[in-house]
Design a protein around this ligand. Structure first.
Ligand code: FES
Ligand code: FES
Length: 222
């Protein structure tokens, strides 16, 4: 088992759609308290082994109360997931959990402990864009559509919208809807995502755009 305090901390440098942000403080993360002489931590720990964006992490022990968003930020150095309300309301912090049957769902990382993800396969906002051997970054279609439609302003909510829209689109590929039911499907898929800046309209337009040009999402597409 690896103690969480020994896991690497990394800074990342991306945008709202790729999910990376710079550490504005410039300060390094605080070091964990020294382990007692008996080698045991004075707090309860729980095991975590998790695959994130195709990379396996663990097994390691984490504090029982450690929320997944802090595990992503501080332990894995994946700072793209946003802590908004911290109370399970705004869904800015959601990541994607992929299931063995091919389905997926979003999970709020501000109110879900890291241990919940033990044994799970997760995608964060950093996992959508692809970087080729020349370091050229190609955004996922939904990320590009959010840019093209000027869907966001501050971008704080965008990682959550990227993940929720991805789950929606992938779900429609497995279970297409009739064109007449598309607006209701988009509303259902994005309804939990809160944005404090925009009127949502451009987010919804971007998602509709991607769905309509993604083969297999609409039953009666001509
Ligand atoms: S930050 Fe997690 S739901 Fe708001
Ligand atoms: S763009 Fe600012 S919260 Fe959505």
């Amino acid at each position: 088992m690896t103690d969480v305090s020994s896991a690497p901390l990394a800074a990342s440098d991306a945008t709202a759609t790729t999910g990376a942000v710079q550490d504005m403080s410039g300060a390094s993360a605080a070091s964990a308290p020294a382990a007692p002489a008996n080698g045991k931590t004075p707090w309860e720990t729980l095991p975590v082994t998790v695959k994130v964006n195709g990379i396996s992490h663990g097994p390691m022990d984490v504090p029982a109360g450690l929320m997944m968003i802090d595990f992503l930020h501080e332990t894995l150095g994946l700072t793209g997931s946003r802590l908004g309300c911290g109370q399970g309301i705004c869904h800015a912090c959601v990541v994607i959990v992929d299931h063995a049957d091919g389905s997926s769902e979003t999970v709020r990382t501000c109110i879900t402990g890291a241990n919940y993800f033990d044994g799970k396969t997760v995608r964060t906002v950093e996992g959508h864009a692809v970087r080729d051997t020349d370091e050229k970054l190609t955004l996922a279609p939904i990320q590009q559509a959010f840019l093209d439609h000027f869907s966001f302003q501050c971008g704080y909510c965008t990682p959550g919208f990227v993940n929720a829209a991805t789950v929606l689109i992938e779900g429609l590929k497995r279970n297409p809807v009739a064109r007449a039911d598309l607006e209701a499907a988009i509303t259902a898929g994005l309804n939990d995502q809160i944005c404090r800046c925009t009127g949502y309209v451009r987010y919804y337009e971007a998602v509709r755009d991607v769905i309509l040009r993604t083969p297999g999402c609409i039953k009666d597409a001509k």
